[in-house]
Write a protein that binds this ligand. Structure first.
Ligand code: FAD
Length: 390
């Protein structure tokens, strides 16, 4: 039951290059060897398996699209997507760790950072020697980050940062945090805050029923003195954090498709083997309806991801297209996980199979990086020109 087989109903593999297939298979093998055997236990215990960081770094899962001169993989966006697909087939928490490091920490430093910042941080983040987190969400500002309260004041060669962020992935163990905060004019800027700076703490968020193998926490800033050289010089306004989210959301579209594939694969195998009323339950029309619809939705998501990857490689993918792909993939993956769970009957709720874990994880993924509703409003705005957010 552990031997995952990737559904590929429309021969999407035929659209991939040798390099894409090599990257995908390397991550698939690694997940099979390093993640699948330990992930159930890590989730049951609600611990982040920190020993996997080294392997993720060696595989190139941290910043795969960042140029090699800064320690990144220098790969294209389809390779990046395939990596996320395979990681999330293992577990959404593992994929989240890689997404945050690559898209939300390395990407802003690469895109908005000074040359010194890039040289100082990127190679260490690419190898996993340092881990980072991304602080945008606040207790009172989730879907509406422009209202954020976290702010800083000029104090000569440094600034003084006050405020709090919550729901921050990787916060409890990260060495650095890319934090979005308002300057004295109310303009949103990005700052690199390092663990050990006085007044900076990262209390862990306990009691999650979702993403249990990913560490989540708060970032609390109590008069933290941040050197001015830690401010990202080229990010001003909400566009900065939003462009990071576009990169991460793209990876999520691929990632949750991987989780959906794993649920489908487990359900298909189980349905062919489980005998009730004298025949495999796969032979009942009601089960076939579930399985046929699952593979149809997976195929549609695969094609959408691939096309979006091509557009991203050409520099043409719009944030609204990425929103549509993230929203659709999360929707179909949550539905597929639920249907797969039903196909397994009672066994579906146990940790013998990955399905219930994926199902619970997906409840976070459908909410973070822009909720299901917010992505729909982004599509709505894009097609009508009318803002329904406010
Ligand atoms: P709210 O914004 O309070 O939304 C509540 C509900 O209201 C939602 O259904 C929402 O869709 C709906 N809603 C809000 N506004 C509208 C509107 N205009 N129209 C219609 N409906 C609306 N954040 C980070 O910055 N960094 C991280 O690393 C990070 N990791 C996370 C990890 C986990 C496990 C989780 C659960 C969250 C994480 N987040 C992170 C935060 C995440 O991005 C937010 O939870 C998300 O943006 C939603 O914000 P909220 O929870 O405050 O919900």
């Amino acid at each position: 039951k552990d031997l995952f087989q990737s559904p590929d109903y429309f021969h999407v593999d035929g659209l991939l290059t040798e390099e894409h297939l090599m990257v995908r298979d390397a991550v698939r093998q690694w997940v099979k060897k390093e993640i699948s055997p330990i992930i159930e236990d890590a989730c049951q215990q609600a611990t982040f398996p920190s020993h996997i960081i080294k392997g993720l770094g060696e595989l190139g899962c941290f910043g795969p699209t960042i140029p090699q001169e800064y320690g990144g993989g220098g790969m294209d966006h389809i390779s990046y997507g395939l990596m996320m697909q395979e990681l999330e087939r293992g577990d959404s928490g593992v994929r989240s760790t890689a997404s945050v490091q690559g898209s939300l920490v390395m990407y802003p430093i690469f895109t908005f950072g000074s040359e010194e910042q890039k040289r100082k941080y990127l190679p260490k983040l690419a190898s996993g020697e340092w881990m980072g987190c991304f602080g945008l969400t606040e207790p009172d500002f989730g879907s509406n980050p422009s209202g954020m309260i976290t702010h800083f004041k000029d104090a000569g060669d440094h600034v003084v940062l006050n405020g709090a962020k919550m729901w921050i992935s990787n916060a409890p163990f990260a060495q650095i945090a890319v934090v979005w905060a308002k300057d004295e004019e109310g303009v949103i800027r990005g700052l690199i805050v390092e663990r050990g700076m006085e007044g900076f703490t990262t209390p862990e968020t306990k009691g999650k029923w979702s993403l249990r193998a990913s560490a989540t926490g708060e970032l609390v800033f109590d008069n933290v003195k941040v050197p001015k050289e830690n401010i990202l010089p080229n990010a001003k306004g909400l566009k900065g954090p939003l462009s990071c989210l576009s990169s991460a959301r793209y990876g999520i579209a691929w990632g949750v498709t991987g989780a959906a594939m794993d649920c489908y694969d487990a359900a298909l195998r189980y349905a062919k083997e489980r005998i009730q009323f004298g025949k495999p339950i796969a032979g009942f029309q009601l089960t076939q309806k579930k399985l046929a619809e699952m593979v149809t939705e997976i195929t549609k998501a695969q094609l959408m991801n691939w096309r979006l990857g091509v557009l991203k490689n050409e520099g043409k993918a719009t944030p609204a297209q990425i929103s549509m792909a993230k929203r659709n993939a999360c929707e179909i993956a949550t539905r597929i996980a639920r249907e797969a769970r039903q196909i397994l009957g009672g066994m579906g709720i146990t940790g013998e199979y990955p399905i219930m874990r994926h199902m619970m994880n997906l409840e976070s993924v459908i909410t973070y990086e822009g909720t299901h509703e917010i992505h729909l409003l982004i599509t709505g705005l894009d097609i009508t020109g009318l803002d329904a957010f406010h």
